[in-house]
Structures are given as structure tokens and as C-alpha cells.
Write a protein that binds this ligand. Structure first.
Ligand code: C2E
Ligand code: MG
Ligand code: MG
Ligand code: MG
Length: 291
């Protein structure tokens, strides 16, 4: 152990910094183990159409319950994975799990689309699109049922480096979503030039729209923009009925948030799904009486 630590280019200035560095080191080793075992899990959160209240897909979210540190937020362990060369394996794990469930839903006669979050760095890997193709074939899932969610900064990048991968994925028929839309630094015009199919409005605007007219205006503008370019508008972080009715009013297509369901482990998600009563077709007799 000591030898390993000595060879690391970390300068230790005082005790708290040292403990953080050591903790990070052990997290990296633990993450390797967690990815190989069942410790790292994938949770599912439904995406629901606002007009018909139909569950059309799920977002796959990685969860890590560390045996001693407890819950480690995904933003944290994704960063550890990036720093320690484990991002590829983490992404594969989530893709595998999502596509496997997707196949099961197709077989059960209730196809749901699966969305997986992709780190900007993954798009820089020229081999990534082909790997996605292999996984789709392996699980026998049509490409249009897979959505990759990427933040706007990740799509645009500092250069145009992500573009070839995005174009290749689009050619394959994979859907692409801009995640956390509105929080990046890019201009709106890129929505027109990038191969994008879905815009996920960041939850900060969605949660603010009931009380802040500025947030409401932003959500309305993004929904209009999405409609104009033929993209699906998705609201993240829908927590209240009031927010839901405002989203319906502005014509947002799809919602996702605690109001519908928290992200759930697979078994509990299946139970939640089974308990959903999709809107029944209008009975013929009722239609006849309208006049
Ligand atoms: P994201 O892709 O924007 O995911 C949405 C986040 O909002 C999730 O947090 C979800 O649990 C949370 N959320 C959903 N509905 C609500 C709501 O109604 N209210 C509130 N307050 N929050 C809600 P989570 O799971 O902690 O993930 C955080 C971020 O970590 C994700 O943001 C995504 O960027 C990243 N992430 C998660 N899993 C993966 C993964 O497998 N790979 C990569 N690269 N990133 C991941
Ligand atoms: Mg996402
Ligand atoms: Mg998001
Ligand atoms: Mg987010």
C-alpha cells in the first residue's frame, strides 16, 4: 500500500487533505470492486407523456451504496470513474442493464425506451458508437428504443470533437437527448445544427416555474423552440401538481420526476409499472350520448 501511495503525484499539505486523498484512493479501488459485483446498481425512473399520461420510457440511473460510506452520489463516483480509467466499464454496465430490461419489456409486449447518461468524455472515444451497436445487437434491441442523454456542454465541447460520434450514433438510429438544458454555456442555435432528438429542460427551471415568472418564461421558450425544430421536450424534476398543470399549459411533451416516481430498483419499478392504470379507451356508449 505504502509504495503505491508514494508513487502518486499528490502533494499532501495537511491532515484533512491527506485523508481526502486517501479516501479518494480507496474509493477508486472500491468502485472497481463495485462495478464487478452487484454493489453498483441501476435504478429506473419513468418518463411519462403529459397529454396521455403514458409511461413511454425510463431513465437508467446508477446507484452506489458503499458498505461503509453509505450512499455515494452518482456525480461523485462518475468523477472518480473518469479520473481512474473506469468510465468505460461503468457506462457499459448501465447500458447492459438498461438494454437487458428493454428486451424484457419488448418480450412482455410493453416496449419502453431506455435512456442512459453518457459522460462528455465517452463521446471523445472514437470506438464508442460501434460498441453501442454491438450492445444493441447483443440484446436484440432496436436502436430507436435507446436514448443517450448528454449535457449540452458535452455535445458541443470546446471543439467539435464530439460531433463525429454524435453523427454516427444518429446514423445508427439511436436517439440523442440534451440533458440539463439551459445550464450550459452554448448558444441556442446549436439545437439546429446538432443531431438531437430530445431536449430535457433542467429541473432548476421546472421547479421554479410555479413561483418565478422568469423560469416559467424560459420553460415556455424551450418548449416552443423544441416544437419548432421537431424535438421532444422533456421536463425533469416534476415534483408538484401545480408544476404539472403549468407544463401541460405550455405544451411540454413528457415529464419526469418524483410526482410520478422516484428512481426505483428494478423489482420495485416493475411493481410501480404494473400498478399504473393507463387511460382507458373512451367507452362507445359514452361517445354516443354527447349530442
Ligand atoms: P441527470 O441525468 O440530470 O438525472 C436526473 C437527476 O435528477 C437524477 O439524480 C434523479 O434522481 C434526479 N431527479 C429525478 N426526478 C427528480 C425530482 O422530481 N426532484 C429532484 N429534486 N430530483 C429528481 P441522480 O440519480 O442523483 O443523478 C445525478 C446525475 O448523475 C445525473 O443527472 C447524471 O448526470 C449523472 N448520472 C447518473 N447515473 C449516471 C450514469 O450511469 N452515467 C453517467 N455518466 N452519469 C450518470
Ligand atoms: Mg439524464
Ligand atoms: Mg438532467
Ligand atoms: Mg441534472
Amino acid at each position: 500500500h505504502a509504495a503505491k501511495q508514494l508513487s502518486l503525484p499528490i502533494q499532501v499539505y495537511h491532515a484533512s487533505l491527506e485523508s481526502r486523498a486517501v479516501q479518494r484512493l480507496s474509493l477508486a479501488a472500491d468502485l472497481r470492486r463495485a462495478i464487478e459485483s452487484a454493489e453498483l446498481e441501476v435504478y429506473f425512473q419513468p418518463k411519462v407523456t403529459l397529454a396521455g399520461r403514458r409511461v413511454i420510457g425510463v431513465e437508467c440511473l446508477a446507484r452506489w451504496e458503499h458498505p461503509t460510506h453509505g450512499h455515494v452520489p452518482p456525480t461523485e463516483f462518475v468523477a472518480v470513474a473518469e479520473r481512474t480509467g473506469q468510465l468505460g466499464r461503468l457506462t457499459e454496465l448501465v447500458l447492459h442493464e438498461g438494454l437487458r430490461r428493454c428486451r424484457d419489456w419488448i418480450d412482455a409486449g410493453r416496449p419502453l425506451a431506455v435512456a442512459v447518461n453518457i459522460s462528455p468524455r465517452t463521446l471523445m472515444d472514437a470506438a464508442f458508437p460501434a460498441r453501442v451497436g454491438e450492445l444493441l445487437r447483443e440484446h436484440d434491441v432496436p436502436a430507436h428504443l435507446l436514448t443517450l442523454e448528454i449535457t449540452e456542454d458535452g455535445m458541443v465541447g470546446e471543439t467539435e470533437r464530439p460531433l463525429p460520434a454524435l453523427r454516427k450514433l444518429e446514423e445508427m438510429g439511436v436517439r440523442l437527448a440534451v440533458d440539463d438544458f439551459g445550464t450550459g454555456y452554448s448558444s441556442l442555435s446549436y439545437l439546429r445544427s446538432l443531431p438531437v432528438h430530445e431536449v430535457k429542460i433542467d429541473q432548476s427551471f421546472v421547479q421554479g416555474m410555479a413561483t418565478d415568472p422568469g423560469d416559467l418564461a424560459i420553460v415556455r421558450a424551450v418548449v416552443d423552440l423544441a416544437r419548432h425544430f421537431g424535438l421532444t421536450a422533456v421536463a425533469e424534476g416534476v415534483e408538484s401538481e401545480l408544476t404539472l398543470s403549468l407544463l401541460e399549459e405550455v405544451g411540454c411533451d413528457v415529464g419526469q420526476g418524483y410526482l410520478f416516481s422516484r428512481p426505483l430498483p428494478h423489482e420495485r419499478f416493475e411493481a410501480w409499472l404494473a400498478a399504473q392504470t393507463e387511460p382507458d379507451p373512451v367507452p362507445v356508449g359514452v361517445l354516443g350520448h354527447g349530442g
